[in-house]
Write a protein that binds this ligand. Structure first.
Ligand code: NAI
Length: 346
């Protein structure tokens, strides 16, 4: 079967890791008879450099709407001024309301923890990320935190459905409803109600996020699904990435009702861009999530086979010491991709 997916290189290390991931995915698919026909589109500074007038060109959004699935590299956002985030805009324009970031220990990647297996589920459309900021008077600014019952209920149901489908025993909401009584109060009320009403078989609890961070650092293995509003989900995702080897090892996906965009948790890493040393594992793991998603949407079991081939190969490569610099190894981006591909069928 031929699948159609949009491919967005993005900025910084994006083109390096996305093209390496594409090579690994295509090679894993080759023996199965199924293929992906990639439609390359631009987003971010790369879109301006390619001659577009906008950071998020309409043709990119149109392609994702038409094809339903995209693999996306990171896009740069300037700090403290300049244009607003392309990543946030993309999630909002396509109503990709649910981010999923699986965080799992990887054999051969030494960290302080073993057996971490948790998932961050992040609300992607509201919170302080609504980007509603005002200068009231010089020296006084406000930033509005938005929470709606509709979005809070929708992400709660998504988190419980995710837990149920994967036999995860517990959903934990991280919040600050002791201080933000109305916004975070609404978020936890919706989560609690959905849990009690629709998923009574799944354990549910709530932790104030500061204490939650301490408990996570003490023992991340006690958690299953972490349900977070937008900003907390962003911060917690990077915290959790540190449990399993860092941002080079943490994949992600953004789901809406009709579309899904798969992207790593990491950003464009300008400090190492263009050097050929970035770890392509996170975006490749996102690609494995994409293959499994395509199987769910189309019923094509060949892409599940390719996903297993790819996952087994990168796990075996890392376990035997074939690693990129961020994981203490010596391989560059392309050499790691070669090492993975050489293990197919082995
Ligand atoms: P970052 O994730 O780009 O980098 C943080 C640190 O992790 C850096 O030291 C970097 O070298 C390292 N790192 C990240 N990915 C790596 C990989 N694949 N292999 C090896 N090392 C890796 O975060 P930072 O520096 O805060 O942000 C840089 C830019 O990326 C900013 O403009 C930010 O807005 C953007 N960003 C974009 C995201 C997206 O497109 N979804 C997500 C996060 C940040």
């Amino acid at each position: 079967m031929e699948h159609r997916c949009v491919l967005i290189n993005g900025d910084g290390i994006g083109p390096e890791v996305v093209q390496a991931a594409r090579r690994m995915i295509d090679a894993a698919l080759a023996p199965t008879g199924s293929t992906i026909s990639w439609t390359e589109r631009h987003a971010g500074v790369a879109a301006l450099e390619a001659g577009h007038q906008e950071l998020l060109p309409d043709e990119t959004l149109h392609a994702i709407r038409e094809q339903g699935t995209a693999l996306k590299g990171p896009c740069t956002t300037p700090v403290g001024g300049g244009f607003s985030s392309v990543n946030v805009a993309l999630r909002k324009r396509l109503d990709l309301f649910g981010a999923v970031r699986p965080v799992r220990s990887i054999e051969g990647v030494d960290t302080r923890y073993t057996d971490v297996d948790l998932v961050v589920v992040r609300e992607n459309t509201e919170g302080l990320y609504a980007g509603i900021e005002n200068e009231i008077t010089p020296g006084v600014v406000t930033s509005l935190k938005v929470a709606t019952e509709r979005a809070s209920t929708r992400i709660a149901r998504f988190a419980f459905e995710y837990a149920k489908a994967r036999n995860i025993a517990r959903v934990t909401t991280l919040h600050k409803a002791n201080i933000m009584k109305k916004s975070d109060g609404l978020f936890i009320r919706c989560a609690r109600e959905i849990g009690e009403r629709e998923f009574p078989e799944i354990g549910y609890d709530e932790i104030i996020i500061d204490a939650g961070c301490m408990r996570l650092v003490q023992d991340p293995t006690e958690f299953g699904v972490l349900l977070c509003e937008n900003l907390y989900g962003d911060v917690i995702s990077d915290l959790c990435a540190g449990f399993v080897g860092g941002l080079g090892c943490t994949p992600g996906a953004n789901f809406g009702a009709d579309h899904a965009v798969f992207e790593a948790v990491h950003g464009s890493a300008p400090d190492i861009a263009g050097q050929g040393v970035a770890n392509p594992l996170a975006i490749t793991m996102s690609g494995v999530m994409m293959l499994n998603h395509l199987a769910g949407v189309t019923g094509d079991t060949a892409v599940v086979t390719a996903a297993s081939t790819l996952r087994d190969a990168y796990n075996a490569a890392i376990a035997s010491g074939e690693r990129t610099h961020d994981l203490g190894g010596t391989l560059g981006t392309e050499a790691f991709a070669d090492a993975v591909i050489s293990r197919y069928g082995g």
